[in-house]
Design a protein around this ligand. Sequence first.
Ligand code: ZN
Length: 399
Amino acid sequence: MTGSPQAVVNIGLLGHVDHGKTSLTKALTGKWTDTHSEEVKRGISIRLGYADTTIYSCPKCSLHTLKGECPKCGGKAELKRRVSFLDAPGHETLMTIVLSASSIMDGALLLIAANEPCPQPQTAEHLMILNIAGIKNVVVVQTKIDLVTKEQAKAHYESIRNFLKGSVAENAPIVPVVSNYGINVDAVADAIERTIPTPHRDSSLPPIMFISRSFDINKPGTPIPNLKGGVVGGSLVQGSIKKGDTVLIRPGLETTKKGMKEVQVKVESLMSEGGPLESAAPGGLVAVGTSLDPNVTKADSLVGCLLGKPGALPEAKAEITFDHHLIQREGFDNPPLKMGEPLVINVGTATGIGVIAAIKKGQVLAKLKKPVCVVKGSTVAMSRRVGQRWRLAGWGKSL
Ligand code: ZN
């Protein structure tokens, strides 16, 4: 995949609030991520943020860097691959997305600030989620080391090692950085290359893409003959799509009378952050230009749908069955589930609101207000209402 403009690996960004995620993202990708979006306050909708970067490799020193030049010998470094960082605003939504989108999460960066005792509550919960999701390829980034003495940084490093013991990240590299000054950020790139490989993907499988955004790219007032079709964005979990393909979007569009209606569309263009594509593979964010009326794709109307080859996508259903496991969290009781209890379910990029219609032998059947399209065996994140908020309370595998 060397040289592809599309990112080939998705890396989740985790870390306690104020542990320097925004600064590290800026240092790695040149982009500020918006971690204080209004979406958080609106509650359950999940906005998955992507930022890409390119990693280069020096053929002489076998060191990796974010620049085209080796930091050691100054020689020309060769393009290795593009990687995509995934983030979601808010602690609850971030944990939910790491679980529900674990099939597109190939690894994680876990940020831990050196100027606070380790672990902080959110850091502990993030490690718990990585354990549940089985995300083993983790790089720990020890941030803000400029705010402590050398001895403090060393002691803090040891406390991180202790904290990681017995977890999926037990042997994770710990890279100290000062993101604001770009100090040691190349070492993060190097650790990513050594710890988070591009997973093997079976391109012979039929394509399935999780749609995480949809929009209208036309400026207001564009004359009709110049209008571009509606665009959907997301990540492929398997297979590939190419220009000219006919694909299905399911459950599809909301109609006033019949609920949801699936749509068949032609792939007119493919785009990644690195440039246009002839075909798209699993990995980072892909934007698919379709033959749809742009009016129907605006304002994220298709978020949560699957895109794939007709015949190969699971049926859309207004119910979901999964085996369930409750998680222990600070700050709220998590008693056994009750019949009739309202739940929010996240699976892939889909969000479903529903009620529990059956509980049997650790399995839950939830009836949903709207249909969702679920690949069997997907990780389901389950939130319960605690006071006025939805809190992540458990997880399971769809049956
Ligand atoms: Zn070199």
